[in-house]
Ligand binder design. Structure first.
Ligand SMILES: Nc1nc(=O)c2c([nH]1)NC[C@@H]1CN(c3ccc(C(=O)N[C@@H](CCC(=O)O)C(=O)O)cc3)CN21
Ligand SMILES: CC(C)C(=O)C(=O)O
Ligand SMILES: [Mg+2]
Length: 276
């Protein structure tokens, strides 16, 4: 018998349980199989974010991302992720209309990708939908504060809750989706003390991005922290300079091809030796 490899996947209840024991929930976005494999043993949760429209498809915002794109990338990530919990973003237009439409589309995401959960943007106005999905077997991660799918309403990617007058509405959003059954929630782009306050008010883990170190977990767009975004937002810490590394590698390859030093003897095939 072959050795038993520990590939048990982290579950939704295990993510929730981390809050009580103050274990930070480590999250990154992930859009491909090869990066999923590299991230798998280091993160608790991978989010197939609709930011993929901007980050890998070059779109100006996330509004043009389709359900088909999310399913395709969700399938790719699931082929590389064996231990981490995988969450797939519901794209703009796939869940806002009604809880029923949201369920139909979320069920496609879950059944066609094998991911554990979906994420959708919105607080109080989406609470009924969060409840409808979680009651029917689909774990939902909430997302409040700066919700990029409302870029046209906000007039840009603008940090929320920087005046106290804005706080009650955002606190009500957090409370509403927690009560509706969200298993965790992303707090994006909000003033630090507000994110800290909400983290103290809800029973499920808060996952911050441009929020606060007091959130129960953190998420970043992987390409941003790897140095692949030439103009990263202020909330990003870059842990590698992959943009520079890729350019240097491509430059060296181009020089080798032009000098005919690639391929080398080690890269080419000789004729088979004649036998007999
Ligand atoms: N590459 C990438 N990283 C992300 O984190 C990300 C995406 N794309 N696309 C979808 C959303 C959009 N996000 C963004 C993008 C830019 C800012 C930004 O420029 N913020 C300003 C502050 C703006 C203000 O408060 O007025 C900053 O300087 O950080 C914020 C969130 C976060 N998400
Ligand atoms: C930034 C995270 C939270 C997200 O929603 C995305 O990547 O789409
Ligand atoms: Mg998103």
């Amino acid at each position: 018998m072959s050795a038993v490899v520990d590939t048990k996947r982290i579950s939704v209840p295990e993510i929730i349980a981390k809050k009580a024991v103050r274990q930070p929930v480590v999250c990154l976005t992930c859009y491909h199989a090869h990066t999923a494999r590299l991230l798998d043993s280091h993160v608790d949760l991978m989010l197939v974010g609709d930011s993929l429209g901007m980050v890998i498809h070059g779109m100006e915002n996330t509004l043009g991302v389709t359900l088909e794109m999310m399913i395709l990338h969700g399938q790719a990530v699931m082929r590389g992720a064996k231990k981490a919990l995988v969450v797939v973003d519901m794209p703009f237009g796939s869940y806002e209309e009604s809880p029923q439409v949201a369920f139909r589309n979320a069920a496609r995401v879950i059944s066609e990708t094998g991911a554990q959960a979906v994420k959708l943007e919105g607080g109080e106005r989406m609470a009924e939908t969060v409840h409808y999905l979680s009651q029917r077997g689909i774990p939902v991660m909430g997302h409040i504060g700066l919700t990029p799918q409302r870029i046209q309403i906000f007039g840009g990617f603008k940090t929320q809750g920087r005046t106290e007058a804005e706080w009650p509405a955002i606190e009500a959003d957090a409370k509403a989706i927690a009560e509706a059954g969200a298993f965790s929630m992303v707090l994006e782009g909000m003033a630090e003390p507000l994110a800290a306050k909400i983290t103290g008010q809800v029973p499920v883990p808060t996952i911050g991005i441009g929020a606060s170190a007091e959130c129960d977990g953190q998420i970043l767009v992987m390409e941003d922290m790897l140095g692949l975004n030439p103009k990263p937002p202020k909330f990003v810490r870059t842990y590698a300079n992959m943009g520079e590394d890729i350019e240097a590698a491509v430059k060296a390859y181009a020089a080798d091809v032009r000098a005919r030093t690639f391929p080398g003897v080690e890269n080419v095939y000789q004729m088979k030796k004649k036998t007999g």
